[in-house]
Design a protein around this ligand. Structure first.
Ligand SMILES: Nc1ncnc2c1ncn2[C@@H]1O[C@H](COP(=O)(O)OP(=O)(O)OP(=O)(O)O)[C@@H](O)[C@H]1O
Ligand SMILES: Nc1ncnc2c1ncn2[C@@H]1O[C@H](COP(=O)(O)OP(=O)(O)OP(=O)(O)O)[C@@H](O)[C@H]1O
Ligand SMILES: [Mg+2]
Ligand SMILES: [Mg+2]
Lengths: 227, 227
């Protein structure tokens, strides 16, 4: 379903090139549960952004469900992204003027759902993530871990085909982190492809397939070992 | 040196009161090494902000070196804060238009240090935190963990009397996280009071004194056990 071949990303800083990712070859099937680990600065967020069509590669190809999405214009990219991906950002990107409940509701509004149905789904999501009594708080009135959970609820509420989570437990205590991971794993049980970037080895090891990134390159892929 | 008595903080949301902290009694001596752990939303960041004079309590008293700092005006508060505290924010608060090096340099400029001395100290700080080849990057051109390290370098570069770090390894891999903690512990060895909020039990247990916060109240304080 996701096929990256020879994918690379470099950033230009003045006349300096930063090779954030090089020669990424990766095939991810529908319903897989994959973790990506690696040192700070190794390219994990960059890779996640490319998969979720939030950014364009500098070289290589990206086939999504056999369709080449590498050369799409911005509008098509945005549409394919909305239809396929739920993204939990490393730093959340919540809308400052909206409450927790309103932030979570945004994807449902974009999808054209009815108010009554939206209300019910937002309630359910908030209950799952322990946010019911913070529903009316705006992001600056929430703790770090509460904002993180709002971001996760928002990313998952539409049951997208693929959920990408960039360090989803970085601001959570052990107990809350485990609850969040188990909720994400439940979605994976329902058939949703789950891709987690994490610095927590306990969480990374829990995935059925584990990828290691160092200096912009994949150095380990447990799917390759089995081959 | 830090004496909190009956300290409380509540937020007003419309007509609702959120009791973020209640009846905090805490004495922290010079040179102590203290960790604060607790569930997401339990009041850790709020407590750290009160100690660092970034916020005012709703009730109770705060004596800093025997001086009551509870009722100070904004300018005096800012001066006492700058003279005593180095703060690593949970979400960094770097200045977007400045490079990594310039962000780290800010406290030195505020302290009136000479350019040559500033350059040397910034170089040393960047070397310690593995940021030398990211010196010219702005925050949006850095990875999450690189931004976190810039925030830590900035908070520690003036060797303040007290360093408060709000989840300083939340975006770091194991190895980088350990390096960062050992640098902070070295500063503590030099006599600097170190207060760490963390969700990482391995890091929390490493402190000589450990405090647990639940629902805005201190439920455990290893200093009390010894008494
Ligand atoms: N816009 C940019 N311009 C230049 N360099 C960049 C830019 N964005 C990221 N980088 C660099 O690319 C590399 C990879 O960044 P990325 O954010 O993917 O790392 P990461 O693995 O997610 O790290 P972390 O674990 O710290 O979040 C880093 O070294 C970073 O400095
Ligand atoms: N400005 C505000 N208005 C209303 N409530 C607030 C405000 N700021 C924080 N809170 C609430 O106060 C409580 C404590 O927040 P705090 O940020 O101190 O938690 P924390 O222990 O640091 O959590 P985390 O581990 O998730 O970072 C939370 O329940 C939060 O929702
Ligand atoms: Mg990252
Ligand atoms: Mg916090």
């Amino acid at each position: 379903m996701i096929r990256l071949s020879g994918l690379g990303k470099e950033f230009l800083l003045g006349d300096q090139r930063v090779h954030a990712l090089r020669d990424i070859n990766l095939r991810i099937g529908r319903g897989e549960y994959l973790s990506i680990m690696g040192p700070s600065g190794s390219g994990k967020s960059t890779l996640l952004n490319l998969i979720a069509l939030l950014d364009r590669p500098s070289n290589g190809d990206y086939l999504l469900n056999d369709r080449n999405v590498t050369g799409l214009d911005d509008d098509s990219l945005a549409r394919v992204r909305r239809e396929n991906f739920g993204f939990v950002f490393q730093f959340f990107h919540l809308i400052p003027r909206l409450t927790a409940a309103e932030n979570i509701e945004v994807p449902l509004i974009l999808a054209g759902q009815e108010p009554r149905q939206r209300r019910a789904r937002v309630q359910e999501a908030m209950a799952s993530y322990g946010l019911i009594d913070r529903a009316g708080h705006r992001p600056d009135q929430l703790s770090g871990g509460q904002r993180q959970r709002v971001a996760i609820a928002r990313a998952t509420i539409m049951r997208p085909a693929v959920i990408l989570a960039d360090e989803p437990t970085g601001n959570l205590d052990q107990t809350t982190g485990k609850q969040v991971i188990s909720l994400l794993e439940q979605l994976n049980q329902e058939g949703i492809t789950l891709i987690l970037v994490t610095h927590d080895a306990a969480i990374g090891e829990h995935a059925t397939r584990r990828i290691k990134l160092i200096d912009g390159m994949i150095t380990e892929d447990t799917a390759e070992l089995a081959a």
